[in-house]
Ligand binder design. Structure first.
Ligand code: ADP
Length: 172
């Protein structure tokens, strides 16, 4: 029998790093949405075997983008980065993905921050050219994943625990 879908109310919105329940925050940025790459990016994580446990489409409020990129607030490109994420010319697709080593592997699947250094076969290495338009975001550590999932998916039940019928064929 199918395990019913459960809202993730009582549990933390992030899974314990180092377990098969590890979770990361991945986002398709506005340029990725404009360029119709949402499906491609979701597909890559699905085909790898990772599980989608959170998904939303939104134009992020300025305060959310500033908090998300707080570490970069002193950089000269910060204002442009916040505007690019929040100006509403296209939304952001925020996602939470779950599975073994998903934080580290998610970063590997994205490729280097500057697409000029991203290997072919990575999302950035295959689909973009410029650091200011690098189409995807992925948490870079367990601490960032926890912070970002709470920030983007803080609402009750927005991250969903569910059992994939494929799991025994993907994780042993
Ligand atoms: P990552 O997104 O790979 O974690 P960073 O946290 O260093 O990389 O930077 C966050 C985002 O800020 C980058 O993905 C990119 O969109 C933007 N960014 C970083 N460096 C620059 C830059 N020199 N010029 C313009 N945008 C930048």
């Amino acid at each position: 029998a199918q395990t019913p879908i459960q809202a993730d109310n009582a549990l933390p919105v992030y899974g314990a790093p180092g377990t098969s329940k590890e979770r990361t925050f991945i986002a398709v940025k506005p340029d990725g949405v404009q360029r119709n790459l949402v499906g491609e990016i979701i597909s890559r994580f699905e085909r790898r075997g990772y599980k989608l446990v959170g998904l939303k489409l939104l134009v992020p409020p300025v305060e959310l983008a500033k908090e998300h990129y707080a570490d970069l607030s002193s950089k000269p490109f910060f204002a442009g980065l916040v505007d690019y994420m929040t100006n509403g010319r296209a939304p952001v697709v925020g996602m939470v993905w779950e599975g073994p080593s998903v934080i580290k592997q998610g970063r590997i699947m994205l490729g280097a921050t500057d697409p000029k250094n991203s290997g072919t076969g990575t999302i950035r290495g295959d689909f973009c050219l410029s650091i200011g338009r690098n189409i995807v975001h992925g948490s870079d550590s367990a601490e960032s994943a926890e912070k970002e999932i709470s920030l983007w998916f803080g609402g009750k039940g927005e991250v969903v625990n569910w059992t994939s019928n494929n799991e025994e064929w993907v994780i042993s």
